[in-house]
Design a protein around this ligand. Sequence first.
Ligand code: SAM
Length: 274
Amino acid sequence: MDTQTRQFKLKEIFNVAAVGYDNPALRFFVQAANRLADSMALTGSEHILDVACGTGAVSLACAERLGQGRVTGVDLSEGMLEKARAKAALRQLDNVSFQCTDLDSMDFGGAVFDGACCGFGVFFLPDMEAAIRVIAGHVRPGGAIGITSFAGEVMEPLATAFIERIQGYGVEVPPLSWKRLDEVEKHQALYASTGVNQVTTEAVQVGYFLTGFDEWWDVLWFSGFRGMLNQISESELARFKQDHQIEIERFATDGGIWLNVEVLMSVGHKPQAG
Ligand SMILES: C[S@@+](CC[C@H](N)C(=O)[O-])C[C@H]1O[C@@H](n2cnc3c(N)ncnc32)[C@H](O)[C@@H]1O
């Protein structure tokens, strides 16, 4: 698939996903964003670039930590950005703005940012190394560049139960893009290849107990899993849901159903000039 078609498809997927991206069942995005913003060690007056900002989880987390500073969030999906703008307005954050642009078309007139973030975005980009270089090109020397990705046994054992069942309906499971960055070594190699240094990578758990099957269904419905559910008929979907509920409820404990979300978070620094 060529780059343009790939981007068009991503844009379409995220314009649709925007509706449910901020559903409470998916609150791990917000929790990971808060951890990333903490790791950026902001002093309060920086101007931060948030690439692939989506509905603004990282942008808003940074903006809340920047008394004097501000955040510029960019994303290729206008649907996601609409949600981001609405949330910023609701929280009365006037130090954050959003632009609809793809990573390669960003133009801010040089290395004007004090730091940059990209939460759960890098693994969508065809050339991850080139992407980090592009991001670094917008950051002043010494500035921090932070990213997050999923790692380990994400949403297991629930995800495997889902995948095995949906495969029984003849649905093909697409390659999982986040697997491109699911190990510490992969993060370290990516940063090393771009010259961004002083890298620290941390594994964090941002999972929680879902109240029940309905919340797990929200996770499926409002995430990448939806693409697979869309491939079966309405009657098959009803049967699928009923049978899947029985197998998922076997994982319920007194606290609820554990949603395991392991995240890798790396922060590196653009080398000082000269
Ligand atoms: C999983 S969401 C992450 C959103 C947000 N950063 C967060 O942590 O919740 C991935 C986002 O990457 C955006 N994206 C993918 N490719 C992009 C590109 N080439 N340029 C800009 N944004 C892109 C998508 O539109 C989507 O909003």
